[in-house]
Design a protein around this ligand. Structure first.
Ligand code: PGA
Length: 258
């Protein structure tokens, strides 16, 4: 795990965008995209680089992490609509190459299996962008998710539905109870993972993910098994880490080498 400590949400966005840009500039790329508040500064920076620096997404295929069950793609709060609004519609990524699980599929179990196979069929994910929930979830893999799980139907935790009620006019009951999410095993197969976290509400989850044991109770901790995971944090999200000095030293040496 590489830990990158940043001064602000904007700097988190720049560091995460650097990793994504480096891969996109190499040629055809498969990106895993996250929704939610955490990646907003990353998308804002990628959109800026597209507009001002000619960063092109024409050769990018994208797979989102998860989707609410029951919401059609064109529902304003579906993650399909969200990722279009926050990123895809602002760059030259071909909509035909944007893949999201179909939350309104008649057979959700079959849809989950289809989605998992579609990722494999595309050659796997080159860079997977991730956020983390205050309960340690990544994607919608709630605590106790199998560390080897594949894309599947999951029940959302009460804490997740409460956290996301802000997108449903503050009403928890409006937040779907089920979702489709890439599994922890699926995420683990990405060739590179970049997790961004902002704010002290994430500090305990970040500490458990980075410094705690690998445990299904903190699903993000599965990234300790990932061969190439980078965790990009603002001061609030980093505030409960116990080895900050070491991470700073390592970061200074790494930055010096590049
Ligand atoms: P957030 O959500 O980025 O909106 O905080 C992250 C998550 O729940 O995975």
């Amino acid at each position: 795990m590489q830990i990158i400590l940043c001064e602000s949400a904007e700097q988190v966005g720049r560091r995460a965008a650097d990793i994504i840009e480096a891969r996109v500039r190499q040629g055809p790329a498969v990106l895993g995209l996250a929704t939610g508040g955490s990646p907003a500064s990353t998308y804002a920076e990628l959109i800026r680089r597209h507009r001002e620096e000619g960063l092109r997404f024409g050769d990018v295929t994208a797979f989102t992490l998860d989707e609410y069950a029951g919401l059609p793609a064109d529902h304003p709060q579906s993650y399909h609509s969200t990722i279009r609004r926050e990123f895809v519609d602002h760059v030259d990524l071909d909509l035909a190459k944007l893949h999201t699980p179909r939350g309104d599929a008649e057979d959700l179990v079959a849809e989950a299996a289809r989605y998992d196979l579609a990722i494999v069929g595309a050659g796997g994910i080159d860079v997977q962008l991730l956020g983390i929930g205050a309960n340690g979830h990544i994607g919608f893999n709630e605590p106790t998710s199998s560390l080897r799980s594949r894309t599947r139907v999951k029940t959302l935790a009460v804490a997740t539905r409460t956290a996301n009620a802000r997108f449903f006019e503050g009403d928890d009951e409006e937040v779907p109870k089920l979702c489709l999410t890439q599994g922890l095993g699926t995420i683990g197969e990405s060739r590179q993972a970049v997790l961004v976290a902002l704010g002290s509400a994430k500090a305990a989850a970040v500490q458990a993910m980075v410094e705690g044991p690998v445990s299904a109770f903190c699903p993000g901790s599965v990234l300790q098994l990932h061969p190439r995971a980078t965790i990009v944090l603002d001061p609030g999200a980093a505030s409960q880490l116990t080895m900050l000095e070491y991470y700073r030293d390592a970061q200074a040496l790494n930055d010096g080498l590049q």
